[in-house]
Design a protein around this ligand. Structure first.
Ligand code: NAG
Ligand code: NAG
Length: 183
């Protein structure tokens, strides 16, 4: 008697667990919410962290995921800059683009990967510093583009990308600071 009821239970149990699963996943969603609300660009933060699978479920993996998003975005932008250099016919614009590539390259190849590695060892202050520096390099790139006087579609597109990188850096720094403050 007892045995047959035990055999009958599992389907109900698994249905119960299936219904419970979204509830169990909730805390990580709330964490993303809570941390993103403390950043200067909440929507951008949500848009960067929500689609990730597996969903980062603790502050440390959120910070590291956000830095990885910055890295992906800057890598993509460096590729875009290189493609513009190949197409450019204007020497002033080309110089500005070449300078941008020089500014982006070490950040993408060394600095941010190092920052992500450092976060694994708990060196969050260093990671925040590196992302602040990445933002400065992006600004220097943008200054050069502004001064080159180029205002064609591709310079405008690069300006938009630089701004996106800048905002992503702000978000990442803010997420790291939340983590450091134990929030
Ligand atoms: C970079 O960030 C911008 C703004 O969020 C976004 O539109 C773009 O798709 C991102 N690119 C990559 C490669 O992550
Ligand atoms: C570049 O120019 C735009 C508008 O023309 C301005 O909003 C932005 O602050 C400038 N950026 C830098 C880094 O000088």
């Amino acid at each position: 008697m007892k045995k047959s009821s035990a055999v009958a239970t599992p389907p109900f149990l698994s249905l119960f667990l299936l219904l419970l699963l979204p509830l169990l996943a909730q805390p990580s969603d709330d964490l993303i919410d809570k941390i993103c609300k403390a950043t200067p660009f909440c929507d951008l933060c949500e848009a960067s962290l929500r689609p990730l699978t597996p969903s980062p479920s603790d502050p440390k993996s959120l910070a590291s995921a956000m830095a990885t998003v910055v890295l992906g975005n800057m890598t993509d932008t460096l590729g875009y800059i290189k493609s513009l250099i190949r197409l450019s016919h204007d020497p002033a614009a080309e110089r500005a683009l070449a300078q941008c590539a020089e500014l982006y390259r070490p950040v993408v190849k060394f600095n941010i990967p190092q920052a992500i590695e450092a976060m694994r060892r708990g060196e969050f202050g260093f990671a925040a510093y590196v992302l602040g520096d990445a933002e400065k390099q992006t600004d220097s790139c943008q200054k050069g583009i502004n001064n080159s006087g180029a205002d064609d579609d591709s310079s405008l597109a690069l300006t938009a990308r630089n701004k996106a990188v800048r905002n992503l850096c702000d978000v990442a720094i803010s997420v790291i600071k939340s983590l450091m403050n134990g929030r």
